[in-house]
Ligand binder design. Structure first.
Ligand code: EZ4
Ligand code: CO
Length: 402
C-alpha cells in the first residue's frame, strides 16, 4: 500500500479544528486531528511545509517506522507543535489500517477489554447552588462521573465557569482576554463546594475537579487534604508540572488522587511522575502526545506503576481525537476514565461519527478504522477564525497560570 496524497482541512464549525486527510492508491483514506488550541496555524505549517512532502509514497502500515522518521528524523524533539503534527499523521495511518483490514481500530490495539469507557462531563455554576443543579442535570442524563467547577466568591470570573448565557468553551475569538485569580479566596471556597455536593448527592457519584495549574505544591497539598472527606475521583493539574518533583510534596500530605498531563506531549514529561507513583491518572491525550503509537507506549509504561489513563477530552480536541481515545480506552488494560465535553451540533455535523454514549459509558462503535468522517463542503463554509485562550493575573496584576 502507498500514500498518494495528504492535505489539511482547516475549519471553524463554532471552534477551530485542523484536520489531516491522508489518501492511498487503493482509495482508502484516513483522518487525523492536528488541533492545538490557540496555536492552530503553527501545527498546520509544520505539517504542510515540513511533514507532508516526506510521507508521500510511504507504506501507511508502517506506523512505527514513520513515527520514528518524523520524531528522530526532525532532529528537534518533542514540543506540542511537533507532537501534534506527528499525532495527526499517526492517527490517520491507524484509521487507514483499520479500514484496509475492515476492522475497528480497537481490534488492532488489543480488542475490547471492557464494555465501554467510563466518561466524565463538566458541570459548572456561578455559585454552589447552580453548580449543584448542573451536576444533578448531568446525573439525570446518565453520567456516573462529573467534574464540578463554581465561581469563586469575590472573583469576577473563574476557570471552568462560562460567562453569562454562553456555554463554556476554553477559547475565545480574537486576542487573549484577561481574568483575575486569588489563591486565598479559592482555597477557602473549594471545600465548601464539595461539602455541599456530597451532602446533597450522596457517596456514589464520582466527583472530579480541575485546579488548572494554579497552585504551588504546598497549596495543592492543603487543597487535597481539605477535600479528603468528600473523596473526589481526582484533583486535576493541581500545580504546573514542568518540575515533576513538585508532586512529591503533594503526595506527602494527601490521599486525594491526582491527575495531570493535558499539556504534556511526550512520555518524558511524565516519566518521573509515573515511576515515583506521584500521580494516579495521566491526561496526555492522543492528539498532543504523538498519536496512538506514542500513547500506547506511555500507557504501557504507566501500567507498570499502577497509573491509569484519564485523557483530556475538551471540545478543542476534535471528534477524531475523541474517537481515537475511545478505541484506545476500550482496548488497553489500564484505562481509567475519559473526559467528555459535548461538541456543538455544527461540529458534530462536520465530523459525522459512530461513537455513542449510554448510561455513563461511551463506545467507539464498530465501523472499520476510527469511524469518523469529515464533511468537507460544510467545513469549507466555516473558515478558520483567530481564537485565543485567556490569560490570568493575580489581584495585584502579576501574570499567573491560566
Ligand atoms: O483548558 O482544553 O480539563 N480540561 C481543561 C480544558 C483546557 C482546554 C485547553 O485547550 O483543562 O478546559
Ligand atoms: Co484540565
Amino acid at each position: 500500500m502507498k500514500i498518494t496524497a495528504a492535505k489539511l482541512i482547516i475549519c471553524s464549525p463554532d471552534r477551530n479544528f485542523v484536520t489531516l486527510r491522508i489518501e492511498t492508491e487503493e482509495g482508502i483514506y484516513g483522518l487525523g486531528d492536528a488541533t492545538l488550541n490557540g496555536r492552530e496555524l503553527a501545527v498546520a505549517s509544520y505539517l504542510e511545509d515540513h511533514i507532508l512532502p516526506c510521507i508521500i509514497g510511504r507504506d501507511p502500515f508502517q506506523t512505527e517506522d514513520i513515527w520514528q522518521y518524523l520524531y528522530r528524523g526532525a532532529y528537534w524533539r518533542r514540543g506540542p507543535v511537533t507532537m501534534s503534527a506527528i499525532a495527526a499523521v499517526d492517527v490517520a495511518l491507524w484509521d487507514i489500517k483499520g479500514k484496509a483490514l475492515n476492522t475497528p481500530v480497537y481490534n488492532l490495539l488489543g480488542g475490547q477489554s471492557r464494555q465501554g469507557c467510563l466518561v466524565y462531563t463538566h458541570a459548572n455554576g456561578a455559585d454552589i447552588a447552580e453548580a449543584l443543579d448542573s451536576v444533578r442535570k448531568h446525573m439525570d442524563e446518565g453520567y456516573l462521573a462529573v467534574r464540578a467547577q463554581a465561581g469563586v466568591p469575590g472573583l469576577s470570573s473563574s476557570y471552568g465557569v462560562p460567562k453569562a448565557g454562553k456555554s463554556y468553551e476554553p477559547a475565545e475569538r480574537g486576542l487573549p482576554s484577561e481574568s483575575l485569580w486569588s489563591t486565598e479566596r479559592y482555597l477557602n471556597f473549594a471545600p465548601t463546594l464539595f461539602e455541599k455536593l456530597r451532602v446533597e448527592l450522596g457517596p456514589d457519584v464520582h466527583l472530579l475537579h480541575d485546579v488548572h495549574h494554579r497552585l504551588t505544591p504546598i497549596e495543592a497539598a492543603r487543597l487535597g487534604k481539605s477535600l479528603e472527606p468528600y473523596h473526589l475521583f481526582w484533583i486535576e493539574d493541581p500545580c504546573p508540572a514542568e518540575l515533576q518533583e513538585s508532586f512529591k510534596l503533594i503526595r506527602q500530605h494527601t490521599t486525594t488522587p491526582v491527575a495531570t498531563g493535558e499539556v504534556f506531549n511526550s512520555l518524558w514529561d511524565s516519566h518521573d511522575l509515573i515511576r515515583h507513583q506521584l500521580i494516579d491518572y495521566i491526561r496526555m491525550t492522543i492528539v498532543h502526545g504523538g498519536g496512538i503509537t506514542h500513547a500506547k507506549k506511555t500507557a504501557d509504561f504507566a501500567a507498570l506503576y499502577n497509573v491509569r489513563t484519564g485523557f483530556h477530552g475538551a471540545t478543542d480536541l476534535s471528534p477524531i481525537t475523541m474517537a481515537a481515545a475511545l478505541h484506545f480506552g476500550l482496548a488497553i488494560h489500564n484505562f481509567g476514565i475519559q473526559e467528555h465535553m459535548h461538541h456543538s451540533k455544527l461540529t458534530d455535523e462536520v465530523f459525522p461519527h459512530h461513537y455513542s454514549f449510554d448510561a455513563g459509558y461511551m463506545h467507539p462503535g464498530d465501523a472499520p478504522g476510527l469511524g469518523v468522517d469529515i464533511d468537507e463542503v460544510l467545513a469549507a463554509k466555516h473558515p478558520y477564525q483567530r481564537a485565543s485562550l485567556p490569560i490570568a493575573r493575580k489581584l495585584d496584576g502579576t501574570l499567573t497560570d491560566w
